[in-house]
Design a protein around this ligand. Structure first.
Ligand code: FE
Length: 300
């Protein structure tokens, strides 16, 4: 295990400012799950290598109960972070996992996966996030990969100022996260900040980075970020990280990654580099090359 470097001197000398705030769009997906799309297609280039981020959160079962029945993916990775509730994942490579209460599911769709994500509760709060991370062109047709991490399996530490940090991906203060990816080098942190606390994180200058405040309110530089917003951090030349100050007890996702600077062509659940590859994805899917249905009665 790593012992975190929680020195009270900030490691960040030239912090980034907020470039702008994004409100997100209310929408629904799957079989009618209500969600807020915080990162949508118009932001894919700006936030390369991230393709999408949805927030879902409701204690009304009608907003989530139908879940996400069988559907395919190709060409990217999905990271689902469950804050509250229980969701069962099954996919065409034979993986199955129950995602609940602070757990993370990391799936590399690669050359093709069919999966379902179905709530395992009929009442109560269902809350979480799904982030899509692009794969480099050279890896889009890789073998699918899947792993789920319970809350207890996710590396975490607490800073001297009382900030609880869960390191889902990348590294923070010397602590290695649950997942590291060599090309996009994602950093994905969940921060629980007590009122008045601040938190500094080093971010490579070339990474695109953003914050999502899902509870409370934080300030970055001269910008106050209210809850529910996505705050895009400026790519200021020479900047080495970000410093957050919590005005009240706050919960924040800090996400950053190295841009791929490759063409992005998305059609629904497929994200490739060209129209031709999208057509190929559809024909491969129709030909059964992603594997068979996984939600049916043929499950043994
Ligand atoms: Fe999916």
């Amino acid at each position: 295990m790593n012992s975190p470097d929680t020195a009270s001197v900030s490691p960040v000398v030239r912090p980034r400012e907020v470039e702008h705030l994004v409100g997100g769009l209310e929408t629904s997906d799957g079989a009618g799950v209500k969600l807020t799309r915080l990162l949508n297609q118009p932001l894919q280039r700006r936030l390369d290598p991230f393709l999408m981020m949805d927030a879902f959160g409701s204690d009304s079962p009608g907003d989530y109960i139908a879940g996400f029945p069988d559907h395919p993916h190709r060409g990217f990775e999905t990271i689902t972070y469950m804050i509250a509730g229980r969701m069962l994942h099954r996919d065409s490579t034979g993986n199955q996992g129950l995602l609940e209460h602070g757990g993370v599911q990391w799936m590399v769709a690669g050359k093709g996966v069919i999966h379902s994500e179905i709530p395992q509760q009929e009442h109560g709060l269902m809350k979480g996030f799904q982030l899509w991370l692009n794969l480099p062109a050279a890896d889009k047709m890789c073998q699918p990969w899947y792993r789920d991490f319970s809350a207890a399996e996710l590396p975490s530490f607490t800073t001297d100022s009382g900030v609880e940090v869960t390191v889902i991906a990348g590294r923070s203060h010397g602590v290695v996260g649950a997942v590291e990816r060599p090309v996009t080098q994602p950093i994905y942190l969940d921060l629980h900040l007590p009122a008045g606390a601040d938190f500094a994180e080093l971010i490579p200058e070339s990474h695109n980075a953003f914050l999502h405040v899902y509870e409370g309110s934080v300030t970055v530089g001269s910008t106050q970020i209210p809850p529910g917003r996505l705050a895009i951090l400026a790519n200021t030349p020479g900047a080495d990280g970000v410093i957050l100050k919590a005005e009240q007890d706050s919960r924040v996702l800090l996400i950053a990654g190295r841009p791929l600077n490759e063409p992005i062509v998305q059609y629904g659940p497929f994200v490739m580099n060209s129209e031709h590859e999208i057509h190929q994805a559809f024909s491969d899917y129709r030909a059964g090359l992603f594997g068979g249905a996984i939600g049916g009665a043929d499950e043994s």
